[in-house]
Design a protein around this ligand. Sequence first.
Ligand code: M6R
Length: 625
Amino acid sequence: MCGIVGYIGTQAATEILLAGLEKLEYRGYDSAGIATVWEGDVHCVRAKGKLHNLRSKLEQIETPSQIGIGHTRWATHGKPEEYNAHPHMDTAMRIAVVQNGIIENYRDLREELKQKGHQFRSETDTEVIPHLIAELLKTSASSLLEAVQQSVNHLEGAFAIAVISADYPDELIVVRQQAPLVIGFGQGEFFCASDTPAIVSHTRAVLALENGEIARLTPLGVEVYNFAGDRLKKQPRMLNLNPMMVEKQGFKHFMLKEIYEQPGVVRASLEAYFSSDGNACQATHSPINLGLPTEFYADIEQIQIVACGTSWHAALVGKYLLEQLAGISTQVHYASEYRYAPSPLIPNTLIIGVTQSGETADTLAALAMEKERRQGKENKYQARLLGITNRPESSLGHMVPHIINTLAGIEIGVAATKTFIAQLMAFYALALEFAAHRQTISPDKIAEIIEGLRHVPKEIEANLETQEKLTEHLAHEFAETQDFIFLGRGINFPIALEGALKLKEISYIHAEGYPAGEMKHGPIALLDAKVPVVAIAVPGTVYEKVISNAQEAKARDSRLIGVTPVKDGEAAEIFNDLLPVSSVDELLSPILTVVPLQLLAYHIAARRGLDVDQPRNLAKSVTVE
Ligand code: M6R
């Protein structure tokens, strides 16, 4: 987590850095800071809390410098206080460093450096870096670049770094080691950032550094080296990202805008993954096109999926689809658990990593572990890896041979919404493609499901206005509620989990998602008139069961909110409140049922006056373990 930016060129750096940090604030917002070099000194300004605090401080200070680095922090080592805010400096205050990641061996380094007389001012792991660079400049390095190169060879962990020095006023040195860092190429000016939104308003020509690379940015150009000091040949590529994509466009929050973008995301996915007429393409004999080679689908005996958070919920829907449509046994794991307790090796296993950001440390580590433990084994045990991500240019994109690019466009709100729906679309396409290859369902059935999917965007659109009004109204009633239960079964159980997660993360209300049939085995003891229950009840295999489970909750005085297409009869009698969704095949219903739950969480959080897009303690991409 944390966001870093850097600038070197001909314009005043401060405003460029602040604007860049604004676009990266989703990565962390415990504190922010910038450092610039000006009149022979490093000028460092930092503030606790959100970026506007730093902005206010900077209003009193004039800094015409044309080089600088900035940081927005998600605290790992040390409290979210100003003294722990980045940039960090060496004892003589000649070198400033910002870092995203974790320096695992910082304790040993700190002790060594202290013994050599370096004075530390923070509790962070990062502070060892400027001291180490200063030490190496004093003892063995003849340039800032060389000192940074030597330093990174002492550091253990995952990190991206940007360094400036008062003694090298025309150099910005950046490093990438398992944490993202991109360089932007302008006219006589260069940028660096943890993520492209921070630089896209200045340039679309970007170079994503690879792990183990260092770059030296000067007003004249960019040189890239490996950690051994060898010069590498690298070219920027043109980014396909419209700066408008990272604006709110009239919506009060990014999250609401992103909820409303979901019909478009489904349309984009339909266009990309399925042939326009539903007929099989002549070359692949399938109406689905994920761009994966035919041999990819051969001989798969089981699938293991690793993911975190909302991506894990999408993976649970994926499991349902892969098992029910394609008949492939599929397990879904929390990446953070799987990396330390993997399943026994089974031949011909497909391993799927699902991560919208493509940077989640646990997911990447679980995939890396799979790759490593299969190395040197017989062919059938070799890692067959697939990534599902919204950022194909991410670390995940570099790590796995095959990618399904989800087509949500950039998502800024910390709570995942449209990227979840995009992941669902990827799983529908993947499961149908496997089903086509394995002939587990007929071509007609496949065509029918695809046809059903084609109706989904306009159904979401048709639902949105009513659902917004209703959820706004419910938000008024539930703004002070302390606990919520979400129930679902079958393919809608993961949606209950996702509804609860959305509410927890942005409204700070305790919420649990449960498989509806599991309530009576314990959690039902929680229910009373103060605990509302949201039940997803879609006609199909488990509808009657969910209705019975909802009745059980009602008998314990819970207020019942039904997410259902059924407007009359039993459902209307049972539920105290309805959040209607259009009637679609149960198999496709998660794409519809999740939307009112996103809106409910959104409106409750907004009603409580909370920071919907940047909820406390969270960050958009979790690049630490
Ligand atoms: O980028 P990823 O999909 O790997 O992120 C995984 C989780 O950190 C993420 O889904 C998180 O749970 C979101 N805040 C959920 O809204």
